[in-house]
Design a protein around this ligand. Sequence first.
Ligand SMILES: Nc1ncnc2c1ncn2[C@@H]1O[C@H](COP(=O)(O)OP(=O)(O)O)[C@@H](O)[C@H]1O
Ligand SMILES: [Mg+2]
Length: 293
Amino acid sequence: MPKNNDDGVLSKGDFGEVRLEDVTKVYEKEDQCQTVLEGCSFSAQRGKLTVLMGPSGCGKTVLINLIAGYENPTSGRVLIDEKPVTGTGSDRLVVFQETALFPWMTAYSNVIFGCQVQGVPKKETKDRAEFILRKVGLYEFRDKYPSQLSGGMQRRAELARAMINDPKIMILDEPFRGLDAMTRQLMQEFYVGLFEEVGRTNLFVTHEIDEAIFLADRLVILTYQPGKVKAEIEVDLPRPREFHMLASPRFMDIRAQAIDLLYEEAAKAFAAGSKTAYDLVGALTAQKGMCNK
Ligand SMILES: Nc1ncnc2c1ncn2[C@@H]1O[C@H](COP(=O)(O)OP(=O)(O)O)[C@@H](O)[C@H]1O
Ligand SMILES: [Mg+2]
């Protein structure tokens, strides 16, 4: 279980629960309809880290947009603490894969932006910002502009910018995409440590299998076009998560299960011409070979 911070800056235990009930999303393009999501049902449980996986184009970002309240489902319901979502809300915060830091603002100004918009008193904003910046290891870099920060620091600044608003639910849509392999691993370790320390309900989207298992309490695997829940896997690796667990028999066992489920979907995406699916099929073929030995 994540332990709560004891400094009083972030709320303790007031986390939310997301529940999708038979969600379908259809887009109309010219005269054609595309069913992107069909009958999707799953939960992101209170205080847990749920990872949503599926090949590129299977509807993960569409799903996130529905949960964030940017769009409405065609049918079915998205519930936060059993109340239907009717729009955006400060209980949810989304971190996207594209960096959203304002290049003309320092790290500090970027981090406090949400507090300023919401009219949080100055003293409280400063206390929260200093606490969060220390937490993500950027206090010494608070006067730097995004272009003066490394890729990993920019992602940590984004996490800080989300966390300062103290959302009940953090939603992260492929937040480490585009980072080099070593920085990505360090960010996974940093992020999972942060989750274990401050908790919150986290819904994390990725198509990177080791990243998914390393972080998750539960994996939700989506099918490719239309997107629906193919399977859920409970990840019962102990916390705190440490990198040596990637070589543990239990990790390998969960990975083999996930690969079998994902391979079929990635192959469908590959046949439909998705470049990311091509990479995924290549990686999964290599891993399947390894697992079958
Ligand atoms: N606003 C939209 N209008 C029409 N089609 C969309 C829209 N947003 C996404 N789609 C389609 O939905 C499918 C899933 O997209 P997306 O959720 O971005 O996939 P991913 O799983 O890679 O995040 C894609 O085929 C995309 O073209
Ligand atoms: Mg996406």
